[in-house]
Design a binder for this molecule. Structure first.
Ligand code: MN
Ligand code: MN
Length: 462
């Protein structure tokens, strides 16, 4: 008879904290990696800012801008900047791309409060901006927190005005108010989803009237005068703008032991950053590797900068053409890690999770075979063969990982860009960092899970 402990070791699938086995050197590397990630986060609160920062990283790492029609060379390192809102970074390996392109795809848009086209008004002595929320939010979480205004205004003559107010210590911040508890008898009886109506998410931006002469809408006038003197914009310029209110918080360590990071927009920049840095750090010269940092995932991946856009298959076609390869063969041999966050098991809300199939913090990069809702609806469901390929890849590279679902089967669900890539005949599987409080203004991830996700992408590229 075999000893039970040995038999368990041989037969049981173990999931345990990375802390149980990690060396001090590896722990230090993970802490150092987290520091660079926090800087990326502070400069990347919108998709445009994430592209700008990532382009800077690309150029530091020897990647050059590619435009359709440019020559692509073996050993070349390129980035394609799609309208400043999506970035596709790739390096051409020596092997034929008919052996497959190794793609990692994350998204760089996050839930937020977008400013409406006609936003500015005054009421009861206060100036406000109307908002239209972007992505899935619990509206009550976006009240009574400091907000920063980010984005661009494109003037009628095409001039771009960059706006970022609320990030410097000396900047003012903005605010959405909530009802005081003393008068909330009715509000407190409402379901969470109804307590804060979307049309009450109005941003307080001032109260001082234009007072050199008496006029109506004097507060609005004064606010426009400030915008005109500082940025040269008028009310109609809001029509051709993309302005958004995001939490004015910086990324910070959380916990006495600093094992967590709190930040706005971990979903999904906590996968975007490891994906792109793992491309820079990859050393395999044979493989063709691509990283996609897509926009619009939070609203369905549509549009020219979303994952459903033709842009990435166009780029694959260009790479194929440059290497005299058949693009259909290239796609069918390619593999993709759809890099997106998943829900970390939260003991404070244990009832919505199915613990045996949930990702746990500090247990590594979380693979998801399938996502979707109500019986896997809307998923691409990676094949068992693809899961086996990734299992071996990660185990061989010493990456700590776990395989998880989002929560209880009928508790809700979610989707990722995986389906849009898989639809192009590319084997795709989801992998990412487990997150606490996903889509809240301030989300939490573990440093070790972030680091293991980076190592997972690196193993895939190498
Ligand atoms: Mn996501
Ligand atoms: Mn999301």
């Amino acid at each position: 008879m075999e000893n039970a402990a040995e038999l368990k070791d041989k037969l049981f699938n173990k999931k345990e904290s990375i802390f149980n086995n990690i060396s001090d050197e590896e722990l230090d590397r993970s802490a150092a990696y987290a520091e660079t990630y926090k800087v990326f986060m502070d400069y990347s609160k919108t998709e445009r800012e994430a592209v700008r920062y990532s382009v800077m990283l690309c150029e530091e790492n020897g990647y050059v801008q590619y435009n359709f029609g440019d020559k692509l060379e073996v050993g070349g390192k390129y980035y394609y900047n799609n309208r400043g809102k999506e970035l596709i970074v790739f390096k051409i390996g020596e092997e034929s791309p008919e052996n497959g392109i190794f793609i990692s795809a994350a998204h760089i848009d996050s839930p937020r409060l977008d400013i409406k086209p006609t936003p500015l008004y005054e009421d009861s002595g206060m100036g406000f901006l109307k908002t239209h929320y972007y992505g899935g939010i619990k509206k009550y979480q976006w009240t009574t927190i400091p907000l920063a205004l980010h984005g661009v205004v494109i003037k009628k003559d095409g001039e771009t005005v960059d706006i970022c107010i609320g990030e410097d210590e000396d900047d003012p911040v903005f605010y959405v108010d909530d009802l005081l508890i003393h008068l909330s008898k009715d509000q407190m009886q409402k379901p969470l989803g109804e307590a804060i109506p979307a049309e009450s998410l109005n941003i307080l931006i001032g109260s001082e009237p234009y007072h050199s002469e008496k006029t109506d809408e004097a507060i609005k006038l004064n606010l426009l005068k400030i915008l005109d003197s500082k940025y040269g914009i008028c009310e109609a310029d809001f029509l051709s703008a993309e302005l958004t209110a995001v939490p004015a918080y910086k990324a910070r360590d959380i916990g006495l032991d600093r094992s967590f990071i709190g930040a706005y927009g971990h979903d999904d920049r906590v996968c975007a950053y490891p994906a792109i840095t793992a491309l820079f750090d990859s050393t395999n010269e044979n493989k063709t590797v691509m990283v996609i940092l897509a926009d619009k995932e939070e609203v369905g991946s549509g549009g020219v900068s979303g994952m459903q856009s033709k842009i990435f298959t166009d780029l694959i076609d260009e790479i194929a053409a440059a290497r005299n390869a058949n693009p259909r063969k290239v796609r069918s041999a390619s593999k993709c890690l759809s890099a997106d966050v998943t829900a970390a098991f939260d003991p404070n809300f244990a009832e919505v999770y199915e613990k045996r199939n949930s990702s746990m913090v500090n247990c590594g990069a979380a693979l998801c075979k399938y996502t979707g809702s109500r019986g896997k609806s809307g998923t691409s469901d990676a094949s068992a063969e693809t899961v086996a390929y990734v299992r071996k890849l990660l185990d061989d590279a010493g990456v700590v990982w776990q395989l998880a679902e989002l929560g209880k089967t009928d508790q809700g669900g979610g989707g990722t860009v995986a389906i849009y890539i898989a639809n192009q005949n590319i084997e795709t599987i989801d992998i990412g960092v487990p997150v606490l409080s996903m889509h809240a203004p301030y989300e939490v991830v573990s440093k070790l899970d972030l680091y293991m996700t980076y190592k997972a992408f690196l193993a895939f590229n190498n």
